[in-house]
Design a protein around this ligand. Structure first.
Ligand SMILES: Cc1cc2nc3c(=O)[nH]c(=O)nc-3n(C[C@H](O)[C@H](O)[C@H](O)COP(=O)(O)O)c2cc1C
Length: 166
């Protein structure tokens, strides 16, 4: 049983969260690779049982590189694989969500969403002259997403037993 955590990240927050999910999956006993979409090989993706896909929220939706990547994923048959979407975003009801966009696309590609999408919250720096890219993960987010990774591992194992795969 293998999992692939795929992420886009401009300033590093989403990459940190991707690494936490991967750690949690490994703690749950799932062999896991964690790869930037810039380095992902389309020919390898079909080998995994679970795809966890995440991006920064930009302009209320998924980053442009992630949207382009999801379009390219159409060339791979992913029907029946397990899926999970995550993002990083600001804490506001007007933030939008990359994960919402990704989850919908994963569903359209035939993946079975085994855990509802989740967002890791970032907070802007208060100092004068701070920019959008300076936002940092809110305290506790990394632990939360390691737990999400462990959950995914457990769900994946339960799902496997249900469908009777050895
Ligand atoms: C150009 C730009 C646009 C952004 N737009 C949004 C947005 O619409 N909603 C939101 O919640 N956060 C937005 N953010 C904040 C990012 O989602 C947040 O800083 C994220 O953690 C960045 O991830 P990264 O470090 O992996 O690149 C934006 C940031 C940038 C730089």
């Amino acid at each position: 049983m293998k999992a692939l955590v795929l992420f886009d990240s401009l300033f590093g927050n989403t990459q940190k969260i991707a690494n936490c999910i991967a750690e949690g999956l490994r703690e749950a006993g799932v062999e896991t690779d964690c790869v930037s979409i810039k380095e992902a090989r389309m020919g390898e993706v079909y080998k995994y049982d679970l795809l966890a896909v995440g991006a920064p929220t930009q302009m209320f939706t998924a980053s442009k590189p992630m949207k382009e990547f999801l379009d390219r994923l159409k060339t791979v048959d992913l029907h029946g694989k397990a899926g999970f979407a995550f993002d990083t975003k600001l804490e506001s009801r007007f933030s939008g969500s990359a994960a919402k966009f990704i989850e919908k696309k994963l569903g359209d590609l035939g993946l079975d969403i085994i855990k509802v999408r989740a967002s890791a919250i970032v907070v802007g720096r208060k100092e004068k002259g701070s920019k959008a890219g300076d936002a940092v993960l809110k305290e506790g987010m990394e632990a939360l997403f390691r737990e999400a990774g462990r959950d995914l591992g457990r769900f994946l194992q339960a799902r496997r037993q249900k469908v009777g795969i050895a």
